[in-house]
Structure formats: C-alpha cells, structure tokens
Write a protein that binds this ligand. Structure first.
Ligand SMILES: Nc1ncnc2c1ncn2[C@@H]1O[C@H](COP(=O)(O)OP(=O)(O)OP(=O)(O)O)[C@@H](O)[C@H]1O
Length: 268
C-alpha cells in the first residue's frame, strides 16, 4: 500500500459544548516525516492530537493511520499504531523510569501474564538509546525536565508505533536539551516513524521539520515546507505580532518576535 498516507485526517471537527475547537480540518502526511503543528495558544493543536489517539472522540470526521480508520479500533490495537507523548504534567505517584518505560509495552503484553524478558530487553535497549540506563530506578518526580521528557519519549518508542504524537516536548528545556530532544525525534524519523510535534518554538520547528501545519482558531492556515511557508506576513496574520524572519549563514531560518500591537498591556 505504497500510496497510502501514514496519517489522513478527513474533515475533523471537535466541539466542546458549543465551542468548535476544530472546524473541519483535513490533511494527510506520509511516513518517515517530522511534521510540526504550529499555532497560537488555544488554536486546537492538543485537541487534534487527542482526537488522533482517541483520548477524545471527534465530533465528526474520520482519521486513518496507515490506511486504517481509528473508528471503533480497540485501544490496544491503536496503541500499536500511534503513541502519544503529552505535554509535561507529572503524576506524583512513585513510579521509576523503568516502570514508566515498561508501560509502553502494555499493548504487546498478554492480558494474563506480566511483561516477558523480551519486553524488558526492549525497554532496556530504549533506555540505553535515550541515555536513561543510569536513571533506571530513579523516581519520575526526581528527574530533571530533560530527563523526564526523554523518559516519556522512550515509553512511546517501545510501543513501536508508526506515528508518534509529541505535544510541546521542549517547553521546559534549555537550548541544549531542546536540541537534544529534537535530535532524538529526528533519529526516530530516520527509522521511518512519522512524528507529529506541536511546538511554540517556530525556529526549532523550521529547522527540524520536513513539513509544518500552521493553525489558527481551529483551522489550518497553510501546510508546507517550513522554510517556504513561514514568512513575516504569515506570522503577523497567525500570531498578530510583528516579527522578523531571517536566514542564518547555514540557510536555517529564525523568527524574532518584535511587537504585539493589540496587547492589553498597552493600556496598563
Ligand atoms: N476538555 C475541554 N473542554 C472544554 N474546552 C476545551 C477542552 N480542551 C480544550 N478546550 C478548548 O479548546 C481550544 C483548543 O485547545 P487546545 O488545548 O487544543 O489548544 P492548543 O493549540 O493545544 O493550545 P496550547 O498551545 O496553549 O497548548 C481552547 O480554546 C481550549 O480552551
């Protein structure tokens, strides 16, 4: 099924009561791509991800992953296709890094037996890949934000999904760990996984994404190569700020916000 998109979203609508958070969104993306979901706070990025992994049921529309509709799919079957890394919100329960990563194997675990040695080997391999082996027994509550983010991504990785959804992975991280997380995501994309990542750091997205989906108020404004579609005009239209979009000597673009004209702070 070579021509089947890895993810196809067809006329997706999601309402919370009377409020339309997604207003009939359609797009498709291929496999082995890093796709950035970009847009202002509240534009519907997390809602989109929650509909794709069925944390929320869409109000209408349909989603296909690798040609299979998510409608009526059991959670365990869906979890073999799509893994979700939510925005950081730590539970306070006393789970270790190993416990968390092993949770990612649950779609593969027989309902009667506990995880097998194979599951444990997969988890250990993931912890090595993500530089977590020395933290195996550490409580999640004691991890730095960078370590926690790597642990969450390792948990999603051991699900062996075709599609990984990653919501604001770098929001608590310094510049070094932002780059590190993006490098890990890029390494997984090279194994033919598709990653849909929602992020507010547009310069980072422009650098790492093959494609970006720019949203505003529950709709898609544009989809395309970030180096082509991210312009000063687009930033002004979507974010209502003046910004400079420049190109560095390596050909990477960067975005420098300058002014929010309609800010209430002006009346302060
Ligand atoms: N469970 C919910 N019940 C009611 N309204 C919701 C719910 N979840 C989200 N919303 C609303 O839907 C809109 C989209 O929210 P969503 O979290 O998808 O935005 P977002 O683009 O991910 O924002 P951010 O960048 O701030 O994370 C917002 O107006 C939000 O208040």
């Amino acid at each position: 099924m070579d021509n089947v998109p890895l993810l196809e979203v067809k006329n997706l609508k999601k309402c919370y009561g009377d409020f339309e958070a997604l207003k009939g969104v359609s797009y498709s993306i291929g496999s082995g791509q890093m796709v950035g979901l970009i847009g202002p706070n509240g534009c519907g990025k997390s809602t989109m991800m929650k509909c794709i992994c069925k944390i929320h049921e869409p109000t209408s529309g349909e989603i296909f992953i690798d040609g299979e509709s998510t409608k009526g799919k059991k959670a365990s079957a869906l979890a073999k296709l799509v893994a979700n890394v939510p925005a950081e919100s730590r539970g306070t329960f006393g789970m270790s890094v190993m416990d968390l990563v092993m949770l990612g194997r649950h779609p593969y675990v027989d309902s009667i037996w506990w995880e097998s040695d194979d599951d444990e080997n997969v988890a250990m391999d993931a912890m090595k890949r993500f530089g977590l082996d020395h933290l195996k027994d550490k409580q999640l509550s004691m991890l730095s934000s960078g370590e926690y983010q790597r642990a969450m991504i390792a948990k999603a990785y051991v699900q062996s999904p075709r599609l990984m959804l990653v919501d604001e992975p770098t929001s608590h991280l310094d510049m070094k760990y932002k780059l590190e997380v993006m490098e890990y995501l890029q390494a997984m994309v090279k194994t033919d996984m598709t990653i849909l990542v929602a992020e507010h750091d547009i310069s980072l997205m422009a650098r790492y994404c093959d494609l970006c989906i720019i949203m505003k108020k529950g709709e898609i404004k544009t989809i395309g190569d970030p180096k082509k579609v991210i312009t000063e005009e687009l930033i002004e239209e979507v974010y209502e700020v003046d910004a400079r979009v420049g190109t560095d000597p390596d050909g990477e673009i960067y975005i420098l916000p300058k002014r929010f004209r309609a800010s209430n702070a002006n009346k302060f």
